[in-house]
Design a protein around this ligand. Structure first.
Ligand SMILES: [Zn+2]
Length: 245
């Protein structure tokens, strides 16, 4: 069991109790198996089998870093891989099997140049409200898929659409997930950042979601390059999320 910095655990506790991550605006309720979110103090001091992973959208840190996260498995522009390689960007890729599956070779190349690969479920359902068995199948299924494809054991989960409930946390824990990752900032189609809560400016420790291309005039690579300029203007750099979670 990983040891959690007290500040991270405290933040996770706030999120669980107050829903401050903006994922669903609900308090986390005891799950279908009767487990409640683990109090932060006991999670930090006495890890045990039933500990639930914290939900984080920001990592308290003194390092002047922000974290770039990409979902689903779209964005296979080779220029994006070139940008990651040239700038040595330790980005986190949350992959959904049904979206990323046909292009796993691309993600293997991204991983080879510094990206990390994490879990975004098999089929991208909204997990909140689904029965435990269904949530577990989605999360564990992709754990197994990513392990067989890449030989890795992901430990971070981004729930599709950012929606989850306490059953999600139970299922995630049972699949080997140690943190559920949301975001405080999201990059819009026009290349501007929007914030789920707090001050509308990038701060050290912010987790940034960069959505797939979709209906945007700018490609993923162009939006990432624009974001990198803003990060640098603020005296920040891109950190590796896995070094902090
Ligand atoms: Zn997604």
């Amino acid at each position: 069991m990983r040891r959690w910095p007290a500040a991270v655990v405290a933040c996770a506790g706030v999120i669980l109790l107050a829903g401050c991550a903006g994922a669903d605006g609900r308090r986390a309720e005891p799950d279908s198996r009767g487990r409640s979110p683990t109090p932060a103090s006991s999670h930090a001091r006495t890890p045990h089998r039933d500990s639930l992973p914290p939900v984080v959208d920001h990592v308290p840190t003194r390092d002047r870093v922000v974290f770039l996260t990409y979902d689903d498995g779209a964005g296979r522009d080779p220029r994006f891989a070139a940008l990651v390689r040239e700038r040595r960007l330790p980005v986190s890729l949350f992959l959904t099997d049904t979206v990323a599956g046909p292009g796993y070779g691309h993600f293997a190349r991204l991983r080879a140049v510094g990206a990390s690969i994490q879990n975004h479920t098999l089929n991208h359902p909204a997990l909140r409200g689904l029965p435990y068995a269904g949530q577990r199948a989605e999360i564990c299924g992709q754990q197994h898929g990513l392990r067989s494809r890449f030989g890795i054991r992901p430990h971070l989960l981004r729930p599709p659409h950012g929606t989850y409930d306490t059953t999600t946390l139970s299922a995630a824990a049972d699949c080997g997930i140690t943190a559920v990752v949301l975001w405080r900032a999201s990059l819009g189609a026009d290349g501007d950042l929007t914030y789920t809560r707090g001050a509308p400016a990038l701060r050290p420790g912010d987790i940034v979601s960069v959505p797939s291309d979709g209906f945007t005039p700018l490609t993923l690579t162009e939006r990432t390059a624009r974001l990198l300029r803003e990060i640098e203007e603020r005296g920040l750099r891109v950190g590796r999320l896995e070094d902090h979670l």
